[in-house]
Design a protein around this ligand. Structure first.
Ligand SMILES: NC(=O)C1=CN([C@@H]2O[C@H](COP(=O)(O)OP(=O)(O)OC[C@H]3O[C@@H](n4cnc5c(N)ncnc54)[C@H](O)[C@@H]3O)[C@@H](O)[C@H]2O)C=CC1
Ligand SMILES: CC(=O)C(=O)O
Ligand SMILES: [Mg+2]
Length: 375
C-alpha cells in the first residue's frame, strides 16, 4: 500500500503521523511511504532521516492526498484537507467529531474511510491510541496550571507545592482516567493537595489504592463538584464518554463560588469541554478569563512536546496502522483484537457515520460499521 504522511497544519502542532522509526517498519513490511518535505521538523527529524528509513519525500501535501491509499496524521483534518480526501482512501488520525459538525460534514462528503484514534478500543474496553496522549496531556495539565497560577501571568500567585509552613495549592481533578491519573501523579509529586472526582466507584477504589491515601477521592455528584471546585486553586477537566461530547460538569453559575484567580484546565476540550465556559484555544494564546477564573483550553496539548508525544503515539498506532496497510479495509475484522479495535475506531465510511456516540452527539443517522463495510 502507498501510505502518505502530510505535515500537520493545525496551529502549533509539531507532531507527525509517522516517525522515521515507524516508516522503517512500514517499508520493511513491503509498503511505500511518502512523507511531505519538512513534516518531521517538529520532532527534529529531517527529510534525510526519513529517506534513510526508506520513505519518498513529496514536495506538497497535494501530492500525498492525491497519490496515497492511506493518510496517516495526528490531528483532525483541517478544511483544506477534507476537500482532498476521496472515496476508497483510508484516513487514520484523531478526529474528535462529536463537537465538530463541520468536520463531520466534510468527511461524510469526501466518501473516505476515517478511523479515529480516540475511539479505537481494545478487548478490555480501554482506548490504546488515546492513552499515550492522555498520559502526556495529564502531565502537562499540571505544568499549565502551575504556569497560569503565577501572579505574573494573571493568576492568584500560589505555588502548587507550597513551602514548609505555608499551605500547598489544592488541585481538583474531574475524571480519574488516564489524564486524571497522570495529572494527579504530577500534582502529588509537586506536593499539592489533590482530590479526584469520578463517577466510577471501582475506579475510585483503584485510585485510592494506587495513591496509597495520598489523594482524596470523591464520587461525582453536582454537590461534590460544586464543593470541591470552591476549594480548588486549580481544576483539571479530564472526563470522557468515549466518542461523545464531554458532559458539562461545571456551569458558569458555579464559577461564582470559586476562588478569584483560580485556574481551570479543560483537557476534555477536544470533546467539547466539561466546563460551560470553555472554548478551544491554541498554544499561541492558551488562556482567557471568565468571571475572574482563568481558563486553559488547548485542544492539542501534546503537540507542545512533540518528540515525546510523536514517539509515544507511534508506539501505540504502529500495530493498527500496519494491519491497515497490510489488509486495507479487510483489517476491520471482528475475528482479531486489532480488527475489533479498528471497527470501534471507524467513525465515517463512504458517507455514513459508523460511530454511535458521534451519530448521537451530532443528531446524524448511525450505520453499524460491519453493515457499512459490506454495503
Ligand atoms: N486537550 C488535549 O490535548 C488532550 C485531550 N485529551 C482528552 O482528555 C479527556 C480524558 O481522556 P482520558 O483520561 O484518556 O479518558 P479515560 O476514559 O481514561 O477517563 C475518563 C474518566 O472520566 C470519568 N467520567 C466520565 N463521566 C464522568 C462524570 N460525569 N463525572 C466524573 N467522572 C466522569 C470516567 O469514569 C473515566 O474514569 C478526553 O476527552 C480526551 O480526548 C486527551 C489527550 C490530549
Ligand atoms: C488526543 C488529542 O486530541 C491530541 O493528542 O491532540
Ligand atoms: Mg485534541
Amino acid at each position: 500500500m502507498r501510505v502518505g504522511v502530510p505535515s500537520e497544519i493545525k496551529v502549533h502542532e509539531y507532531r507527525v503521523g509517522l516517525t522515521p522509526g515507524a516508516v522503517r517498519e512500514y517499508v520493511t513490511a513491503g509498503h511505500q511511504v511518502v512523507v511531505q518535505s519538512g513534516a518531521g521538523a517538529g520532532i527534529m527529524a529531517n527529510d534525510d532521516a526519513y529517506r534513510a528509513a526508506g520513505a519518498e519525500i513529496a514536495a506538497s501535501a497535494q501530492e500525498i492526498f492525491a497519490g496515497c491509499d492511506m493518510i496517516v496524521k495526528v490531528k483532525e483534518p483541517q478544511p483544506s484537507e477534507w476537500v482532498q480526501l476521496r472515496p476508497g482512501q483510508l484516513l487514520f488520525t484523531y478526529l474528535h467529531l462529536a463537537p465538530d459538525p463541520e468536520q463531520a460534514k466534510g468527511l461524510i462528503a469526501s466518501g473516505c474511510t476515517a478511523i479515529a484514534y480516540e475511539t479505537v478500543t481494545d478487548d478490555r474496553g480501554a482506548l490504546p491510541l488515546l492513552a499515550p496522549m492522555s498520559e502526556v496531556a495529564g502531565r502537562l495539565a499540571i505544568e499549565a496550571a502551575g504556569q497560569a497560577m503565577r501572579r505574573s501571568e494573571g493568576g492568584a500567585g500560589i505555588l502548587l507545592g507550597g513551602v514548609p509552613g505555608v499551605a500547598a495549592g489544592r488541585v481538583t481533578v474531574l475524571g480519574g482516567g488516564v489524564v486524571g491519573t497522570h495529572a494527579a501523579r504530577m500534582a502529588v509529586g509537586l506536593g499539592a493537595e489533590v482530590t479526584i472526582v469520578d463517577r466510577s466507584i471501582p475506579r475510585l477504589r483503584q485510585l485510592d489504592d494506587m495513591f496509597n491515601g495520598r489523594v482524596r477521592t470523591r464520587y461525582s455528584t453536582l454537590e461534590a463538584i460544586d464543593h470541591e471546585i470552591s476549594l480548588a486553586d486549580a481544576v483539571i477537566g479530564a472526563v470522557l464518554i468515549p466518542g461523545a461530547s464531554a458532559p458539562r460538569l461545571v456551569t458558569r453559575e458555579m464559577l461564582k463560588r470559586m476562588k478569584p484567580g483560580a485556574v481551570l484546565v479543560d483537557v476534555a476540550i477536544d470533546q467539547g469541554g466539561c466546563f460551560e465556559t470553555s472554548r478551544a484555544t491554541t498554544h499561541a494564546e492558551p488562556t482567557y478569563v471568565v468571571d475572574g477564573i482563568i481558563h486553559y483550553c488547548v485542544a492539542n496539548m501534546p503537540g507542545a512536546v512533540p518528540q515525546t508525544s510523536a514517539a509515544a503515539l507511534n508506539n501505540a498506532t504502529l500495530p493498527y496502522g500496519l494491519a491497515l496497510a497490510n489488509k486495507g479495509k479487510a483489517a476491520l475484522d471482528s475475528n482479531t483484537e486489532i480488527g475489533r479495535g479498528l471497527l470501534a475506531g471507524l467513525n465515517v465510511h463512504q458517507g455514513k457515520v459508523t460511530s454511535l456516540a458521534v451519530a448521537e452527539s451530532l443528531h446524524l443517522a448511525f450505520v453499524a460499521p460491519e453493515t457499512a463495510l459490506i454495503a
